[in-house]
Design a protein around this ligand. Sequence first.
Ligand code: LIP
Length: 273
Amino acid sequence: MTDAIDEYFEVALELVKTAGNLIIEFRNGCKEFESKSSDIDLVTEIDKKVEETLIKGLSAIYPEHKFIGEESVADGAKCELTEEPTWIIDPVDGTLNFIHGYPSSCISLGLVINKESVAGIIYNPIVNQLFTAKKGKGAFLNDRQIHVSQVKEVRNALISFEAGTSRDEERQRTVLENFKMLVTKAQGVRAVGSAALNMAMVALGGSDAYFEFGIHAWDVAAGDIIVREAGGVCIDPAGGPFDILSRRVLCASSEELAQELAKMLHQYYPERD
Ligand code: LIP
């Protein structure tokens, strides 16, 4: 299986790099967009074209593989995860950034087999940052191996989180309560506007933890394996095991930090993917 994963990964990587050119063309912003589940959940033609490029390219070579793509699901496709090799795609993670020309958006592509992330690619073509990982082979930024930080306590941690793309009142209240709590308890807080890039920052050791309620499988499939291969952990924000379809994520540089943070967080349970 390892050899097969290597082969799938190389094919996917070439497609991701090609699709990245579509994003580069709009590095200064993409002013045409539509809204989806809320007035801040947005999609552009580029999101759709990137997803189409990846699905067409991969399914031409691997017709038996399955796909869960953000824009296909928005258009009515089923979000169904089986034991089969499944490519989980966020064509532009950080669409709001992409629209504004804020250079923190990326393609996030995860390969899940037997319901476990075994390979991940997070590519921000605008600043040429390519985060990759394959099961058992470490995590990389471009050609350099990366590792999570040594931070083990919330009081010493730089923690990222997001306000998200839903206007649900209970969820927004939870975001504000957690922000208020972390401003007093953590060393600092950050939000880069892309779930995948927040996870990549934990893998890089640039931040120490990231959590969010309301993300989808496509936001976290690649980040999960990249964080774990960099030596970090990915759990449910209440402290239990990570569930890719639960729409809840907490990743951190260590189990100690993850569990301390989980105990402090106000929880929110969105409807599952
Ligand atoms: C969004 C993320 C954002 C996060 C949202 C959503 P999209 O993805 O990038 O950081 O807060 O939950 O997942 O819509 O830009 O692909």
